[in-house]
Design a protein around this ligand. Structure first.
Ligand SMILES: NC(=O)c1ccc[n+]([C@@H]2O[C@H](COP(=O)([O-])OP(=O)(O)OC[C@H]3O[C@@H](n4cnc5c(N)ncnc54)[C@H](O)[C@@H]3O)[C@@H](O)[C@H]2O)c1
Length: 334
């Protein structure tokens, strides 16, 4: 039974991954989170016995060391981080602490002979990008803000420990990901909530800035295929969608899907951190996923359906079939 540790496993992406891994009864999953932005409601069903939750801050070496000693994980997904544009801009020192978390996780992976570490980096390392689309191996890094710099340094820590101690790694550079569990810190969730409540949909000026949005099931399916088939070892891979949309068009799309009468209001630009254009090269990702990505309108409709039909409940994750990955895993003879 592979033992898998996920830091940040009560958060949006981490809990979606935990749910998919726990659905496979041959895995045992240890979820580590300090619940800064994560939620207990996102933990897997208590009826399933192949998982455990540990309320631990990964930036505290001794606490994390106890978890590693207790479970001896074979695979580690390091997804814990302070996230959200406003939160990271407002708490730069807290963000810098996450470098300690990465060092702690990597040192303990080496000490406990972990077979592979997977790290959640970010498209923010490309900063205001030198080229469009951004390619993993050739687009220069342009990380200036603390969050971006920490992601960049964390990548370097993982690569350096990997080279020094033979710790295999895969680094995911996530571009904007969205789904039912995402908090209002992120634009799609915020626009949908504003539209559903009839409040103005607030777009940061100029409104013509573009983003790309990757639905959570595309993200999770790609991660699972990489994990089960042991792909992309010692490699950095962009995980995202390459269809660009302006923020004004996004607001209009969400207003149309929700049938909302909310006005679209332009608010002042952010002082920092407002990048005009971001778009990943996803050649590597598509070579793994081998299917079309979820269309933005379909992903938004899915979230709206879940949120409006089950208003009082935590929206469920749109599950990929784990059987699919299981069979790919087995046929790879792993
Ligand atoms: N969602 C995106 O679009 C996106 C884009 C780029 C990168 N990422 C990265 O992916 C990872 C997951 O992001 P998410 O969107 O799921 O955010 P999230 O806030 O939902 O998840 C982060 C989780 O980490 C936990 N956490 C934070 N600091 C911790 C600490 N010191 N110790 C233990 N737990 C801690 C939080 O409580 C939360 O559950 C993060 O590393 C983030 O930087 C996400």
């Amino acid at each position: 039974m592979p033992k898998i540790l996920i830091t940040g496993g009560a958060g949006f992406i981490g809990s979606s991954l935990a749910e998919a891994l726990v659905a496979d009864q041959s895995n045992y999953v240890v979820i580590v989170d300090n619940l800064l932005t994560g939620r207990r409601e996102f933990l897997p069903s208590p009826e399933l016995k192949n998982w455990q939750f540990e309320l631990v801050d990964v930036n505290n070496y001794n606490s994390l060391a106890e978890v590693f000693a207790k479970y001896e994980p074979e695979y580690v997904f390091h997804f814990a981080a302070v996230v959200g544009v406003e939160r990271t801009l407002n708490n730069p020192l807290l963000v810098l602490e996450d470098m300690e978390g990465t060092k702690n996780v990597v040192k303990l992976c080496v000490k406990h002979h972990v077979k592979k570490i997977f790290y959640a980096s970010s498209s923010e390392v490309y900063g205001d990008p030198f080229e469009v689309p951004q390619k993993e191996d050739t687009t220069p890094i342009n990380a200036r803000l603390p969050y971006a710099a920490v992601k960049n340094i964390s990548e370097v820590i993982i690569k350096t420990y990997g080279a020094e101690f033979g710790l295999p790694y895969t680094i995911f550079r996530f571009f904007n990901t969205y789904g039912p569990r995402q908090s209002d810190d992120f634009v799609i969730s915020r626009f949908i909530r504003q539209a559903l409540s009839g409040k103005p949909i607030t777009v940061h000026s100029p409104g013509s800035q573009t983003r790309t949005f990757c639905y959570i099931s595309d993200t999770i399916e790609t991660i699972l295929k990489i994990f089960y088939n042991n792909l992309m070892t010692n490699t950095i891979i962009n995980i995202g969608n390459n269809e660009e949309i302006t923020m004004i068009k996004l607001a209009e799309t969400i207003r149309k899907i929700t049938g909302s009468q909310s006005p679209i209001t332009i608010v002042p630009p952010r002082k920092e951190g407002e990048i005009l254009r971001r778009k990943p090269d996803i050649t590597k990702m598509l070579s793994i996923l081998r299917r079309p990505l979820v269309k933005l309108e379909d992903g938004i409709k899915n979230i709206v359906d879940l949120w409006t039909q089950r208003k009082d409940r935590i929206p469920a994750f749109h599950k990929p079939s784990y059987e699919l990955f299981k069979s790919a895993y087995l046929s790879a003879g792993k």
